[in-house]
Write a protein that binds this ligand. Structure first.
Ligand SMILES: [Zn+2]
Length: 212
């Protein structure tokens, strides 16, 4: 299949992108500081690789774009709200148009799990080297796996700290004192036996009394 080139939207006549995922600069003229205009030949741009394998290019000063974004923008259109570019085969550096699609973040994550490239699926141990066995794994609300051994250790450590923490003890004493006081005054008012509406009125009056 022949390579198809299109102008990069926003850089018409300056940069072009192909359905193979290549980007090139087009022949153009540059005015030098001394006023002399010189022709510049077009060339293929060499992207650099991000940590996750995605390719990045700089189109002009301070205008960095991921290659997959440029390809999709030129051949499909702007990214719909709430979507992102997905690599169908799981290879983040394969930016051929046939390998790209717009999908939700969820779809992208499922892709990664399918390809075995999800950062959590490939992990077999937690950072403290406890294995992610079914007994030692729990899922957080957002579906991430966590180490149960580490969690219990964290909770035990927290409890130990609190047990010896004077300010925490003082806080707890103060809290239970306030709780006792609140319930004592409620008992005194006999509001436990009154209707909720009446109880509200009583409280209001008391508050006003407190302020005055
Ligand atoms: Zn652990």
């Amino acid at each position: 299949m022949p390579e198809v080139w299109r102008d990069v939207p926003g850089f018409e006549g300056r940069y072009a992108v192909s359905d193979w995922g290549r980007v090139k600069s087009l022949p153009h003229y540059v005015t030098q500081r001394n006023g002399v205009v010189i022709p510049v030949i077009g060339r293929h741009l060499t992207p650099y690789k991000e940590k996750g394998g995605r390719l990045i290019l700089s189109l002009g000063r301070g205008y960095r774009r991921r290659v997959h974004q440029i390809v999709m923008l030129a051949f499909v259109g702007p990214c719909p709200d709430g979507m992102e570019v997905c690599h169908n085969n799981g290879d983040a550096s394969d930016n051929r148009l046939v390998n790209l699609r717009y999908d939700t973040h969820k779809g992208n994550e499922q892709d990664k799990i399918r390809h075995g490239t999800h950062h959590n699926t490939v992990k077999t141990h937690c950072i403290h080297r406890h294995e992610y066995t079914p007994e030692n794994t729990y899922l957080t609300k957002d579906g991430r796996r966590n180490c149960l051994t580490c969690r219990l250790a964290r909770e035990a450590a927290r409890w130990q700290r609190l047990k010896h923490d004077e300010s925490h003890k003082a806080y707890m004493r103060e809290a239970s004192r306030r709780y006792e006081a609140a319930h004592k005054s409620e008992r005194r008012r006999g509001s436990a036996y009154s209707s909720p509406a009446k109880r509200q009125t009583t409280t209001d009056i008391n508050h006003r009394g407190d302020v005055a």
